[in-house]
Write a protein that binds this ligand. Structure first.
Ligand SMILES: Cc1ncc(COP(=O)(O)O)c(C=O)c1O
Length: 368
């Protein structure tokens, strides 16, 4: 007799993140200092000095975290003019995405999301045994009109990433608001805004205000990107009190650890660091776009801190990825997103980006 694992788990491919620097160092024997990782949309400028100090001053390792997240939730709710009962912390924003599904989706009910959308939506659906309703993208972007047409009685949850990863595409505020107002109020909409801090001021989300209009809207935000706290795993969700109350019933009691809470509380108050990260990203994204143009490489215009670019074939994308790896540069293949000819590169520091473009040119020169 062997264990009979759940049928719905058979189809799950475990999430594969960007290759860690240590792993490449072990594999090819280059020192970690000489490796450039542009694979996980992390902040290449690290964390703010104030956040660093908060982490260094933390000593209460022996105590459980504040399971209510009181201080951080107070800061978040003050910043966005919300009631603290509208905020919940997550072990990364991934946690919020999973918890959202757990409060509304049962086996065989349906989760809707776009083709080429963030991989975790798929994992969440499969792990519950829910139906996935994957809406074909339009020019790699979410096609909200098609979403609207396909909503059925069975649809319990809709995931929308804005900007989306790995395509970097963006839905403008009017279209998004219009869509949300068309979705039946019994369907939970999760608006995943992990990259909001990288948007230009006029494009920045207003969805935190919309939660007053729509009880079925849950906005997720991350500290992993512009705030530089990917390793600590901290994010948050903002919604109606009813949604947050349900999430509080099912989440782990200590899903946000103490250092993460302390660090995030310092990070969110240190706006100059986030502004610097945004400015640098904007400048360097332009550098990358211009370099791609001069190399005649097609890319998708991105609103995040990464760009997906296209090689001549799926084989060439694999060769390019491996060539770069040998030179100590880690990118992200995205064939698992249905984009086998593409690679995704995170926007790094000026030096990292310059090196990446040089090595990419070298590869393309060899392949001529
Ligand atoms: C669109 C999107 N949402 C959510 C996440 C999860 O981020 P985290 O769990 O680190 O907050 C990511 C990470 O890459 C992402 O790209």
């Amino acid at each position: 007799m062997s264990i009979s694992f759940l049928k719905n788990l058979e189809q799950i491919m475990p999430y594969v993140g960007g290759m860690p620097i240590e792993e490449l160092s072990r594999k090819i024997g280059i020192s970690e200092n000489n490796i450039i990782k542009l694979a996980s949309n992390e902040n290449p400028y690290g964390i703010s000095p104030k956040t660093k100090k908060a982490i260094q001053d933390f000593i209460d390792f022996n105590l459980y975290p504040d399971g209510s997240g009181y201080e951080l939730i107070k800061t978040i709710s003050k910043k966005f003019n919300l009631d603290p009962e509208q905020v919940v912390l997550g072990n990364g924003s991934n946690d919020i995405l999973e918890l959202a599904a757990r409060i509304v989706v049962s086996k065989n009910s349906e989760i809707m999301f776009s083709e080429h959308a963030f991989a975790v939506y798929n994992l969440v659906a499969k792990s519950i045994g829910a139906q996935e309703n994957i809406i074909p993208s339009k020019n790699y972007a979410h096609d909200l009109l098609a979403f609207e047409k396909h909503i059925s009685k069975n649809t319990k949850l809709i995931f929308i990433a804005n900007p989306n990863n790995p395509t970097g595409t963006y839905i403008n505020k009017n279209d998004l608001y219009r869509f949300i107002s068309k979705v039946p109020s019994e369907v939970l909409i999760v608006l995943d805004e992990a990259y909001d801090e990288y948007l230009d001021e006029e494009d920045k989300s207003e969805a935190l205000k919309w939660v007053k209009d729509f009880n079925n809207l849950l906005v997720s935000r991350s500290f992993s990107k512009a705030y530089g706290l990917a390793s600590l795993r901290i994010g948050y969700g903002i919604s109606s009190k009813a949604v947050i109350e349900m999430i509080n019933r099912v989440r782990q009691p200590f899903n946000a650890n103490s250092i993460a809470q302390v660090a995030a509380n310092a990070a969110i108050k240190d706006s100059p660091f986030v502004e610097m990260s945004y400015e640098k990203n904007k400048e360097q994204k332009l550098f990358m776009e211009n370099a791609f143009k001069s190399l005649n490489i097609d890319f998708i215009k991105s609103y995040g801190n990464f760009i997906s670019f296209q090689l001549g074939s799926a084989d060439e994308a694999v060769e390019c990825y491996e060539y770069l790896l040998k030179k100590g540069i880690i990118l992200r293949p995205i064939s698992n997103y249905g984009m086998p000819k593409f690679l995704r590169v995170s926007i790094g520091t000026p030096k990292e980006n310059k090196t990446f473009i040089e090595v990419l040119s070298e590869f393309l020169g060899k392949n001529k």
